[in-house]
Design a protein around this ligand. Structure first.
Ligand SMILES: C[S@@+](CC[C@H](N)C(=O)[O-])C[C@H]1O[C@@H](n2cnc3c(N)ncnc32)[C@H](O)[C@@H]1O
Length: 370
């Protein structure tokens, strides 16, 4: 591993350094977790545990056995250092594991079908590992709950993050929200204005981690001076028994790749640069035009043909080009695995606009119609 953009020494240093800043957020997390009396309390599988900087000791002590997982080799010894003694004193058993828990998720579920699987501020960090594969990651996050259906599971994760004008700002109380709640809704915009959010904010691609109907709460996290996160937290009881065929297998997603030069703050900065807050302050950003497929350069038509088998009725592509001969002046971006055409359109346009700007293409991006 060259560099872990969501953990490692940087995370430990920050978490230690900003303990006083984070105290209010951690208090809200603790109060909510302690109030979830229906959660299973026999075994906890804690994924993205790190040193448990954000984990309330009182809540951990509810579980008879705890398995922590983290890819960061420093996490296990630091977790034991921070929590081991207190847990042992209360007769609890702690197992600390180093490895990619997502790759082994099916096997872990098979091994611990009665456990609570808790993703602790990790799902919103995955986009930092794969900055160029947002669509694939969103699809993975959207279907994760299917893998987890046999067990009780929950997650605390980033939804968005970005700059705030934090002078005189106190963290707002935790509030209930609907899964997938839209950052453009009046309630969310009011919440963002309440914490003096300044555009652009970054989207951590976790909007569809929880299935509809999951009770969720939203928490503000003053991560570092003038840079806050919108955290979301919820849990679901087990939905059905694990299928008999669920053997301990290692068939999860492919391991994460690590890069030495990633931005550790935001994932899809453009999303917010183009619509969050700007949509309130300046009205709709995209007045998208359309273009017929047959009018595209043959090179872009070929991309369309290649993408077509993966597309559903909600998928959209956006294209821009200056002439039909120079490939350097052509852009086409598709949003494929979507459940809403409007959202696919917004994303395709956003990605297209980003690439168009970087390539210096003059024609604006247009939604492609067959
Ligand atoms: C923001 S930190 C979480 C902090 C932690 N929950 C705490 O209380 O300190 C995210 C952690 O997730 C870990 N992580 C990222 N991907 C992982 C994976 N696939 N399996 C296990 N841990 C992972 C990172 O190494 C990092 O320590």
């Amino acid at each position: 591993m060259i560099f872990n953009p969501s953990g490692g020494w940087r995370w430990h240093w920050r978490a230690w350094r900003w303990r006083p800043r984070w105290a209010g957020t951690l208090g809200q997390i603790e109060d909510w977790l302690m109030a979830q009396t229906e959660m299973p309390s026999d075994t906890l599988v804690l994924i993205g545990a790190s040193a448990g900087w954000m984990m309330p000791p009182r809540w951990l002590a509810r579980f008879e056995t705890i398995h922590t997982w983290d890819i960061d080799p420093w996490a296990a010894p630091l977790f034991r250092h921070r929590h081991g003694q207190a847990l042992r004193a209360q007769g609890r058993t702690l197992h600390t594991h180093t490895g990619d828990a997502l790759v082994q998720l099916t096997a872990l579920i098979a091994q611990q079908p009665q456990a609570l699987f808790w993703f602790d501020n990790v799902l919103g960090q995955l986009c930092l590992f794969e900055p160029e594969r947002h669509e694939a990651l969103e699809q993975r996050l959207r279907t994760l709950h299917q893998t987890l259906a046999p067990v009780a599971w929950g997650s605390l994760h980033d939804r968005f993050s970005g700059p705030v004008d934090e002078q005189g700002l106190a963290i707002p109380p935790l509030r209930p929200v609907a899964p997938g709640s839209d950052a453009q809704s009046p309630e969310q915009q009011a919440w963002l204005h309440g914490i003096h959010a300044q555009s652009p904010w970054g989207d951590h691609l976790t909007g569809e981690v929880f299935p509809r109907g999951t009770p969720l709460v939203q928490i503000a996290w003053p991560f570092k001076p003038a840079h806050w996160h919108w955290l979301e937290m919820g849990w679901r009881p087990a939905q059905h028994a694990p299928p008999a065929s669920l053997e301990a297998r290692q068939d999860g997603p492919r391991p994460l790749r690590y890069s030495a030069h990633m931005n550790t703050q935001t994932c899809t900065r453009l999303h917010l640069a183009t619509w969050l807050l700007a949509s309130v302050l300046a009205g709709p950003v995209f007045a998208s035009d359309t273009i017929a497929l047959r009018h595209l350069p043959s090179r872009l038509q070929a991309i369309w043909d290649k993408t077509k088998p993966e597309m559903n009725e909600h998928s959209r592509c956006a294209a821009a080009f200056d002439g039909h001969s120079d490939p350097a002046k052509m852009v086409m971006r598709c949003s494929v695995y979507m459940r809403m055409g409007a959202e696919a359109e917004r994303r395709a346009l956003a990605h297209c606009e980003q690439e168009r700007t970087s390539k210096g293409v003059h024609m604006p991006c247009k939604i492609v119609r067959e």
